[in-house]
Design a binder for this molecule. Structure first.
Ligand code: TXA
Ligand code: MG
Length: 311
């Protein structure tokens, strides 16, 4: 079922269904966090590994007490500065949150999207909504409703149709359960931004002896069917049936598709839809220009590396 009505879409969630909806980052696939059976259906629809926890989305800060058992001071400051926005905070969870939503962890990621249609949908759901990105597991995240349809048609109850997403890559995930906030996944809010509010914030580096704090980050991600190759030097001879995306124009014109972007932000916004377009056109290799790893470029390079791993 396709609809542009947030009320109709929310009706499915209230009745135990699973519904894709737009946010400012990527489209999410939502269910009532307290309905363990509905949450389980999200994992099945996406073929998502059961060890990958979900993010709970809220429209009003008052709902956070249903999800988080305690809210550390650092988290309060980050919420004040960046909610609503592309930031997810990992907090100790309440008893009420079923373990299936958090993949067995006793923490939960919480985020408030900065997106009008998402907020209207979430309000009408009358409950916090857990939502991973609305793609088949491993595929590029969906940045328009057509991408959701391509991956999940027939596997979910409803798609709330909005416009293409503004940011195009996912939220920054910050673990606030220990003294020093740790960035588990880079995203829409930069490390520099976070440090203006909590200067101690660090980027998490997995130690050899411990299990990963962010289970999702070990899985294969964001991959088109085409090989993704990262390049910094514009002078090379592309293979046949290949495409280019970057900030500059490639030296060769032997590409079947070219996406030239004005900025790192626009590059991120276009990336996943371009991957999908290349797959539809039978392109077998996508050359992606590397960008400076500062500011928002950190998150973009993270996605590019993950998309290219194994090639
Ligand atoms: O922008 C976004 O965050 C999008 C939109 C829909 O909100 N959602 C999204 O969800 O990207 P997903 O499931 O594709 O990615 C969630 C990430 C994973 O890397 C997961 O491991 C991490 O967040 N995560 C979620 N809950 C966690 C927790 N309790 N502890 C550590 N990491 C967690
Ligand atoms: Mg995802």
């Amino acid at each position: 079922m396709l609809t542009d009505s947030p009320e109709i879409a929310a009706g499915y969630v209230r009745r135990g269904g699973i519904v894709a909806f737009p946010t400012e980052t990527v489209y999410g696939l939502g269910a009532n966090v307290f309905d363990a059976e509905a949450v389980q259906r999200i994992f099945a629809a996406k073929a998502r590994p059961a060890d990958n926890p979900l993010i709970a989305h809220i429209a009003d800060l008052s709902l956070i007490n249903q999800l988080a058992a305690t809210i550390p001071e650092s988290a309060r400051r980050l919420m004040k500065a960046f909610f609503p926005g592309p930031l997810t905070l990992v907090l100790p969870k309440t008893e009420r949150v079923p373990k299936v939503a958090t993949a067995g962890l006793d923490t939960i990621g919480v985020r408030m999207p900065a997106h009008d249609l998402a907020i209207r949908f979430l309000r009408a759901c009358e409950t916090p909504v857990v939502a991973p990105s609305a793609n088949l597991s491993g595929r590029p995240s969906p940045t328009n409703w057509q991408a959701v349809h391509e991956d999940l048609d027939g596997r979910i109850d409803c798609i709330l149709q909005g416009t293409a997403t503004e940011i195009g890559i996912e939220s920054t995930v910050v673990d606030c359960t220990s003294e020093i906030p740790l960035v588990l996944r880079s995203g829409g809010v930069t490390l520099e931004d976070l440090r203006t509010v909590v200067p101690e914030t660090q980027v998490y580096l997995k130690q050899d002896h411990e299990p990963p704090r962010s289970p999702g980050m070990v899985h294969r991600h964001y991959c088109p069917r085409a090989d993704v190759v990262l390049v910094s030097d514009l002078c090379f001879t592309p293979e046949q049936r290949s495409a280019w995306i970057g900030i500059e124009c490639p030296a060769s014109d032997r590409f079947d598709a070219i996406s030239q972007c004005d900025s790192v932000e626009q590059y991120a916004q276009k990336l996943f839809a371009f991957f999908r377009e290349c797959d539809r056109r039978g392109i077998t290799r996508i050359y992606c220009q590397t960008v400076d790893e500062s500011g928002f470029g950190v998150a973009l390079m993270d996605r590019l590396r993950r998309a290219s791993s194994g090639t």
